[in-house]
Ligand binder design. Sequence first.
Ligand code: ADP
Length: 337
Amino acid sequence: MAARRHTLQGHLLLLRLAVSEEPLWDEFWDMVSVLAIGLPIVVLLIGFAGYAVAGQALQPVEEMAQRARKISAERLNQRLTIQNPTDELGNLGLAFNETLARLEKSFEQLRRFTADASHELRTPLTAIRSVGEVALQNSGDSVYYRDIIGSMLEEANRLTRLVESLLTISRADAGQIQLERELINVLDLVQESAALLEVLAEEKQQTITIEGDAAISIAADRLILRQVFINLIDNAVKYSPAGGLIEVRVKSVADEAQIEIRDNGPGIASDHAEKVFQRFYRIDKARTHSEGGAGLGLSIVEWSVSAHGGRIELDSIPGVGCNFRLHFPYAKQESPR
Ligand code: ADP
């Protein structure tokens, strides 16, 4: 309300002007009631819409989770379905699928290894049992029983060697083998290893010759390196015919120590050359089993050489012989001589 005084021809006038506030208040209360009813509805609507949109966006995640839940050790060949490989979710799914592929490969290797190992263990066990059963059914003199015990012990030895190889492989796979490096004179170690196989070679009238640079030393684990030489020389003795020649040569080439183990046996055809380094791989299973091999020797050699930072190569001409060549790099502080 506004009021003002005026004087008109000597008279005092009081002018008062008033406007009703009621319409304003009415409008105000109308707005309040619209807001009071409308706002919660709008908030609810936005909430529902957000929920629906988020649900739709997360649907692929839910699908992936459900599929992932169904993947078990027996179903490792299953993969997540990826709708869009270029977005973040697709990228995550791809990484998950790649992990699954690696897991599947490892499981498959493990499964094959267990099956092969069981098969190899069963053979000498069956032999021991059947030799024992036959001996129990027959009766004989002491020479007969000595023979039986002898062949049982032979099988037991084969079993021991096999179990030792299996242990080496599983410890190597588990990363449990720590190399204890020391400076080793290569020629001395080759001679020491060959001496252990001298008797076997003599039985087959074979000759083992060792020559090379007596000054070459490398930093290696003595026991592991010795096993490498033993495995390779043993193979040369095993697979070469009677009267064969096995030559071991030690030399220094550039910044590597090179050891060659050469025989004049049957050799290895090129289609087997790569595979002989695989576990349980034997070229002629019938021939080699009678000689005691389970096909693990060369795989252990390959692991041992690469654990030392080296490599192994095989040159072979079928009918002429094999040449296994080992390369060991010198460590920085070592020198070839
Ligand atoms: P094994 O225990 O059977 O000897 P290896 O892994 O040492 O197993 O060798 C794998 C296969 O490679 C052997 O079974 C044999 O067939 C072949 N082999 C290895 N060394 C020789 C060799 N010096 N001459 C001919 N064949 C060989």
